[in-house]
Every structure is written in C-alpha cells, then in structure tokens.
Write a protein that binds this ligand. Structure first.
Ligand code: ASP
Length: 438
C-alpha cells in the first residue's frame, strides 16, 4: 500500500478541538504516515494567528519594547491546547528558550517559524509520532532560494528511518545555520516537498473548505466544488485570485506526478478537490472548470496606421515595458492597434515615462492609458472539445448588459480572458457561472 503525506493548515490546528479532529483523520488511515503541521491559526474571525503574534514580538523587540506580557498570550495558546488535550507534556523550557532567542534578535524568520515548530512538537506527542525538525531536512541556498536537490536527497533518507512522523511546515535552514521561512502560507510547500521525498501516492492538504470552488463564494452563492482540476487550470484560476493553496506548492509534486487532494478537516467525509497532472475525463455536464476575476488592470492602447507592416514595432513597445521594469499580462492586437494590459500598480509613478518612451520609440498616431479594467478568466480543459464556448461566454456577459472591453483566448484553449469595467466584474462572473453551471 502506498503512503500518504497529510498537511494540516492553521485553522485545522487552531485549538484542542481541532487537534482531536486531526488525530481522528490521521488515525483513520494507517497509510497517513507523514504529517506536516502549520502554526495555530484563527479560532474565530476576530482571532489572531500565532504566526502574526510571533511577527509582532519580533517588531516589538526591534522597537525596544518588552515582549514578556505579549509573549504570555502565545504561551497560553500552546499550553491551553496541551491542557485541554490532557497531555502530559511540558514545553515551558522551549517557550522560555524561544522568548530569550527572540529578545536577543534571533531574526524575523526564526521568530515566525516557532509557530509551526511548537505546534508540531505537540501534535507529534498527541499522535504518538516521531518529530522531525524541518531545520534538519529542508535547505535553502545562500541566496535564499529553496535548495530542492539537497532537501530531496537528505529528507528522503531521513524519512526512511521513521514509520510515522510529524514535520513542521513553513521553514528550513540556511547554509550558515540560521532559520529561513518560505513566504506566507508556506507550509503547503513543505507538505509538497515531503510528499515528493516520501514518494507518496497522494498529498492530502487539509484545510477549512471542501476543496476549490468553481467561483468565489463571496460573489456566487454556494458555488459548486471542483471535483478534479489540472495543475495548469489551477494556476490560471489562482493567478486570478481563487486560491486555496500556496502557488509554489504545486511544483515539487507536479514533477513527481503526485496528485494533491484538498480536503476539509471540518467535513472529512467530503471528497474535496483532486489536483492532477492531466486528465482525459471532464464533467460532461460542465464545460468550464471555474471562473475567477481580478480588478486593478490598465490598458495601454497604441494606434498607428500601417502598424502591421512595421517590423519590430511590438518588440520596441515591449522594450519600453522592460526598461521600466513592468511585466505585461496580455497583448491583444489589431491590424493598426496594439494594446498592452498591465497591472495598474506597476504603472504607478512610471506612467508619464512610459508614455513618453513609447512616443519616442515607435512614433504612434496615439497612445493612451485607460485604467479601471477587471480581467476575468474562464478556465476549463473541457473547452477544447466543446464547440461554441466563447460565444456562450460573450453572450452571457452581454445579456447581462455588460460591455466587454477586451478578449484574449490563449492558444492552449484552456482559458478565455475577458476584460470588463471594474464595477461589472461581479455581475460578469455571476452571468458566466449561471450560463455554464446552473
Ligand atoms: N503559519 C504560516 C503563515 O501563517 C505558514 C502556513 O500556515 O502555511 O503564513
């Protein structure tokens, strides 16, 4: 039987009650052998994550404030869990050591990482599993980049020595021995790394939602969960803001061909979403996998007669973008027009300079920047096979009385990108969801 790597997010390990749910899930399947844990997350909407409290301690020390009282709240979070679980486990020495280390400027990442470290110690004790410190198996290069090769080799060997183990997420070690964390939400990455090194048959990522949803639940009421999604589709949707998983968590398992299963700790019976490399089957009653959108884009519209015959025109425009450190999103173009879609925040203070440089480099008849664009991505591997999908997308949007400002269909036919006015975004998403799902 293959083994499973299971990662539990902060809300799944926020208090003793959640710890019990986690233990029940782990113990229900003996192939769940390696557990990656986050720091305690929010217990309710007004609560503060332990990671944020640790960052706060670090800031206090920098401002020469005394952390003693504030740090007590962190101690209480952990001691409360231990107490309520009825564990005979004393972590007061650890807590004191960490407080002193933070007080003596042990670094921002060290402070933040202790959230996962302590939670994993407690979880290991509660489950009766071994504890493997991420510090001894997850490595970073001198330049701060994750060292996948060394980590995979050493972690692989270490895992062979343990039947069952808990490994803290989120951090690893620099060549000089200091602790370094991934970016926020990085325990997802650790889970993926462990799954790869363990040659897991599946990487279960347990969170507080029943998988990826077809649309944002703040926009569409009760959107359907996605049963199966490919890595590429997920990338398209996450880029537009629909994410349940850290972006970088995909890569280690993707190369190893290990599927990710997003599951809900509070509803373990729900199958969740399977994220896979590729699939031939798709839900025949639904052509699209999901729809997501994002505000905050601008279009630089450039017009010039006979543009199509001017060799090098596009390159020169893109040179201007590069010189100004601006990455572009889309390049819809016509015979005598070229549009560059960029994030408005990138233009920022460079707006005038960009316009002046374009004028100088390609001498257009006109160049203007229009703000207030929202992009929405209609994503689905099923679109390749279904005829008329684009027409259905455009009809649904225009039937809702919404003006389409831009269209871009990737040649992979995996997605259709539509630009609308920012204030129309939600209505457009609803219209598409209703057209394809309802
Ligand atoms: N605890 C870290 C954070 O809040 C990492 C994680 O939970 O994945 O970002």
């Amino acid at each position: 039987m293959g083994l499973k790597v299971v990662k539990f997010g902060g809300s799944s390990l926020a208090d003793a009650e959640q710890f019990r749910k986690v233990a029940a899930i782990v113990k229900a399947d003996p192939s769940r052998r390696f557990v990656v844990a986050s720091a305690p997350g929010k217990r309710h909407s007004k609560d503060v994550k332990v990671t944020d409290m640790l960052y706060h301690c670090y800031e206090m020390v920098r401002n020469r404030e005394d952390i003693t009282e504030y740090y007590e709240q962190i101690c209480e979070r952990y001691n409360g869990i231990i107490r309520e679980l009825g564990l005979n486990f004393d972590i007061s020495g650890e807590l004191l050591y960490i407080r002193n280390a933070i007080t003596h400027h042990s670094g921002r990442d060290f402070a933040a990482s202790r959230g996962e470290y302590l939670n994993s110690l407690i979880l290991a004790k509660f489950l009766g599993f071994d504890f493997i410190d991420a510090e001894s198996v997850v490595f970073f290069h001198e330049n701060g980049q994750y060292d996948g090769e060394r980590t995979d080799a050493e972690l692989r060997e270490e895992l062979k020595k343990h039947r069952y183990a808990v490994i803290p997420g989120f951090y690893g070690v620099m060549p000089n021995g200091t602790i370094k964390t991934f970016s926020r939400g990085g325990s997802d990455i650790t889970g993926s790394i462990v799954a790869r090194a363990a040659d897991a048959e599946i990487y279960e990522n347990w969170t507080d939602v029943s998988g990826c949803l077809m649309a944002d639940p703040r926009i569409v009421e009760n959107p359907q969960p996605i049963k199966t999604i490919t890595y590429r589709e997920l990338r398209e949707l996450s880029y537009m803001g629909a994410s349940v998983l850290h972006e970088d968590a995909i890569f280690p398992v993707r190369y190893a061909g290990i599927p990710i299963n997003i599951r809900n700790t509070n509803d373990p019976a729900a199958p969740g979403t399977m994220i896979v490399a590729s699939t031939n089957e798709y839900d025949s009653d639904c052509v699209i996998t999901g729809v997501a959108g994002k505000r905050g884009f601008s279009v630089i519209n450039i017009e010039k007669d006979m543009m199509n015959s001017e060799i090098g025109f596009g390159r020169k425009v893109l040179d201007v973008m590069e010189d100004n450190d601006i990455s572009f999103e889309h390049l819809p173009s016509g015979v005598d027009t070229m549009s560059v879609v960029v994030m408005t925040s990138y233009l920022d203070t460079r707006r005038e300079r960009v316009l002046a440089s374009i004028n100088k480099r390609v001498r257009p008849d006109s160049v203007v920047i229009e703000d207030g664009l929202a992009l929405l991505a209609v994503v689905g591997r099923g679109m390749v096979k279904a005829k008329g999908t684009a027409a259905r997308v455009f009809d649904a949007i225009s039937d809702a009385g919404i003006n389409i400002r831009m269209i871009d269909q990737g040649s992979s036919e995996l997605n259709i990108i539509v630009g609308v006015e920012e204030h129309d975004l939600e209505a457009a998403i609803k219209a598409i969801y209703n057209e394809f799902v309802k």
